[in-house]
Design a protein around this ligand. Sequence first.
Ligand code: FDA
Length: 298
Amino acid sequence: MSLLDRAVVTLLPAVPRPVVRKLSSRYIAGPELADARRVVAQLNAQGKLATVDVLGEEITRVEEAAVITHAYLDVLDAIDEDALDANVSVKLTGLGLKLDPALAKENLKAIAARGTFVRIDMEDSSTTDATLRLYRELVDDGHRNLGVVLQAALRRTVDDARTLAGANVRVCKGIYIEPLDVAFRGFDEIRDSYLRTLDALLDGGAYVAIATHDEYLVTQSLRAVRERGLDGSRYELQMLLGVRPELGDRIVSDGHRLRIYVPFGSHWYEYSLRRLQENPKIAGYVAGDLGRSLLKRG
Ligand code: FDA
């Protein structure tokens, strides 16, 4: 962690709420569903697809999981009503995974039953097995509109990829700081694992969602797709709202499908603080952004 990152993380809780709001506003659609609707419609107008994430804090009660589940059902209604080109991304802990896996399964089923595609985000490594298990159970029950996520940082991931023949899988580097015995830490090791994971998925007939802002990985992933002679029906690229939009514009103008991850919700403050404190690298990006915007103004 650089000194600057460390300083940002330590000082963050002392930063006034409106300033954190301003810093995070680029990365979060806003507190209300109406904000997500507006942002997704704007993205669609630019030829970009979206996946909507309802921001939730750690839940401790069954009722809280029900609130998040209903918020997703409202998102799905909005997608239909506004004819948006979008799907949803859910976190199983938000649906109750840590309270009771059966509860998370019921909530996920209710969301998947609407028919729109549902991506199950991958959380820290303590949840990987349970997440893949629940995904498989629902697919076996006939829910074909589901996809999962694999994190290149985890040492197990290439093996997991080999078990997901024909699935719809997002590949990302992984946001969580994990113990060394389960995860790679080296930048190049993670890149290498990312591309090996992608190769295994493509060779197994999966649809891949290439989720990264790392231009090297975008180029190499597209090369892997091209070398296999696969067309646009087998892959899409994905990026986070507000991150490297110029790269996203280039991807779209080159004719690829690009989906933007759009978080929204009233928990934006807790979410921003937690994300920044969980992974100081993001704090570094934000500090960089802040520096650039101050320089522009100055
Ligand atoms: P890298 O971290 O090397 O970033 C490349 C460049 O992109 C940086 O140099 C910087 O310029 C810019 N950048 C990247 N992230 C930024 C940020 N947050 N703010 C500002 N600039 C940034 N993780 C996970 O564990 N589970 C999941 O389910 C998902 N889901 C997911 C969906 C989508 C659509 C994306 C794009 C990412 C995720 N992630 C995730 C997060 C992912 O694991 C990873 O942490 C980030 O994408 C950053 O890694 P990159 O591959 O972009 O490379």
